[in-house]
Design a protein around this ligand. Structure first.
Ligand SMILES: *[C@@H]1O[C@H](CO)[C@@H](O)[C@H](O)[C@H]1NC(C)=O
Ligand SMILES: *[C@@H]1O[C@H](CO)[C@@H](O)[C@H](O)[C@H]1NC(C)=O
Ligand SMILES: *[C@@H]1O[C@H](CO)[C@@H](O)[C@H](O)[C@H]1NC(C)=O
Length: 335
């Protein structure tokens, strides 16, 4: 019976997808014992755990209440934003609620009254935990995308910030950078920070609502168009310097420097729907405890990211687990 169970468990790593389990009970010639593998949590809905901050103060509409006009008809100014009325308010938390009932809800900024002086807004998302992006970040602008914006990231809970991607209708003019597309990157430039003109064309079309940070296209450079060759991606994540860190963040910031130049601004943000806790390949579970996300560390590691060895398990220095050798990786457990 034990043997049968062990056999079944032993097959799990392959059956369940790669790096899903941290250990299994196996039978060897010396009797049953644990075998350990590199493991990582599943991707989860990270927008459930994010805190958002919008700067500067007073950029959210409705205090004092104001009327705004519709995009299609500038003389039709019947909509109202009133922060004191829940039905008419557009607070930042509406960036993340679900749109189940089909009614779009959104954060909305004040009207751009002082045109042409730019309307500036920072939207900062913090997880208080390092997370690894596994899918595109998609930002939806309900009415018109900004013609210039910048995405920044932090890896140290907001102490330092780095550019992540630049967006402009004219990259040269806005940032003195040539326009590039992620699709044109190569294996050696997969973690390049670039400026793209693909998501900043001027309003007009209500269909063009989204701004994307393309994680999948970057993965596809290694894993192929359908991400079928994940082995190759995992191999490159281990060997290419800086590649793993490129997809890791604790915070993201959108610096909107030129919101839609009409009178009103709307913005909704369904967020990295799909990213996972970074646990250094030492945990396959990540839970929300005492107000923050925490890895459930295995391999005798500990810490929010399993970033150190447990007490009494420090006979050799801590190492992250490794995706290699395929398919189960190395646990690099603390001893
Ligand atoms: C937005 O954040 C940047 C730093 O990333 C800062 O320099 C700038 O002043 C901020 N802008 C606003 C409007 O808060
Ligand atoms: C961030 O996470 C750490 C470690 O879990 C926790 O001690 C701290 O209180 C959290 N900070 C905030 C602002 O949630
Ligand atoms: C962690 O330590 C326990 C003893 O407390 C040991 O039984 C276990 O095998 C260790 N795990 C690993 C992955 O080394």
């Amino acid at each position: 019976m034990l043997y049968l169970l062990a056999l079944l468990l032993h097959r799990l790593p392959l059956a369940m997808g790669q790096y899903d389990i941290c250990k299994s009970w196996v039978t060897t010639d010396d009797g049953p014992s644990w075998e350990f593998y590199a493991c990582q949590p599943k991707a989860m809905r990270m927008k459930d755990y994010v805190t958002v901050r919008v700067d500067p103060a007073g950029i959210t509409c409705g205090d004092p209440p104001e009327r705004f006009c519709t995009h299609e008809n500038p003389y039709l100014c019947s909509d109202e934003c009133d922060a004191s009325n829940p039905d008419l308010a557009h607070p930042p938390k509406l960036m993340f609620d679900s749109e189940d009932e089909g009614l779009a809800t959104y954060w909305q900024s004040v009207t751009w009254r002082r045109y042409p002086e730019p309307l500036l807004a920072n939207i900062t998302l913090s997880w208080n935990k390092s997370i690894e992006l596994t899918d595109d970040i998609v930002i939806t602008f309900e009415y018109g995308r900004p013609t210039i914006m910048m995405l920044e990231k932090s890896l140290d809970n907001g102490r330092t910030w780095h550019p992540y991607q630049y967006y402009a209708d004219d990259c040269m003019e806005a940032f003195s950078m040539p326009a590039r597309r992620v699709r044109d990157l190569s294996t050696t430039s997969a973690n390049r920070v670039l400026c793209t003109e693909e998501y900043s064309r001027w309003v007009g079309s209500k269909k063009e609502k989204t701004v994307r940070f393309e994680v999948r296209d970057r993965f596809a450079i290694f894993a192929g168009p359908d991400l079928k060759n994940m082995d190759n991606l995992y191999t490159r994540l281990e060997s290419a310097k800086g590649l793993k860190d490129f997809f890791t963040v604790t915070d993201l910031r959108m610096r909107l420097t030129h919101l839609y130049r009409f009178q009103t601004q709307y913005l909704t943000l369904p967020l990295p729907s799909s990213s996972r806790c970074k646990c250094n390949l030492h945990a396959n579970l990540c839970t929300f405890k005492e107000g923050s996300l925490q890895c459930e560390c295995e391999h005798n590691t500990t810490g929010q990211d399993c970033g150190k060895c447990k007490k009494n398990f420090r006979s050799r220095s801590w190492r992250a687990g490794s995706y290699l050798p395929l398919p189960n990786g190395s646990p690099n457990a603390c001893k």
